[in-house]
Design a protein around this ligand. Sequence first.
Ligand code: 15L
Length: 274
Amino acid sequence: MSDVVLITGADGVVGRLMRARLAREGRLLRLLDVVRPEDPAEGEAVEVIEASVTDEAAMRAACEGVAAIIHLGGISVEGPWADILSANIDGTRVVMEAARDAGVARVVLASSNHAAGFYDLDDVPDVGLAADAFPRPDTYYGVSKVAMEALGSLFHDRYGIDVTALRIGSCFEKPWDRRSLWTWMSPDDGARLLEACLATPEPGFRVVWGISRNTRRWWSLEAGEAIGYHPQDDSEIFAAELLGEAIDDGPQGPEERLAGGKFCFTPLGEHQQK
Ligand code: 15L
């Protein structure tokens, strides 16, 4: 019998990067998204479901027989409060209740660096910013990630579900600017992190940064290492190509000094470009 892992938001940027990387012998990936994920290729142990995380009946059905949930669903940037409230906060509540009712043992939550976006690198100790630093959200989107972490904590304390909330930096194929040189999480490290979350020995609740072993990082890897996440990639290999002559200039201005970067200056509640 296969272990079933349900991935919400499976057709988003991170979900698509993880699909092949999380394939394992003896594992079935159940991929759920509001946009129907691509049908399985021949021999691929995948099921696809077209549904919203806010749909209670669909989430209940999707959780049947599931060993773990990776909850990536929701809005991934700043947007109107009502939309964020529904998709991200209420959506996470629906996911957690469905997990509890189906007896799902583990949930991994895609939180974000934007739950702590207003930390300034000048105020951070040499050991780096702790993954569970008190929230300092930079947007309504960031507030929704703080609420997501709170829901994870609540469902761990009430029902013993193992929950890891990931304050993900920037999970894309490559970094694209100076800030992303410290916030980057390579897709391969993303998969390593998710595997570590799926293998934690004790039920607990924890918050972990989702970044690679970037030379320029200032967020601590300690909480990740404690659960067996040992990132192997470093964005520095892209630095010369991205920055040219300016390779060692350091952060330029507040957008590059604050954890959340440009999110800290995005008008609250406005639709943001990805
Ligand atoms: C996020 O939380 C977003 O989902 C993603 O699109 C990136 O913008 C990322 O943060 C980032 O901070 O780079």
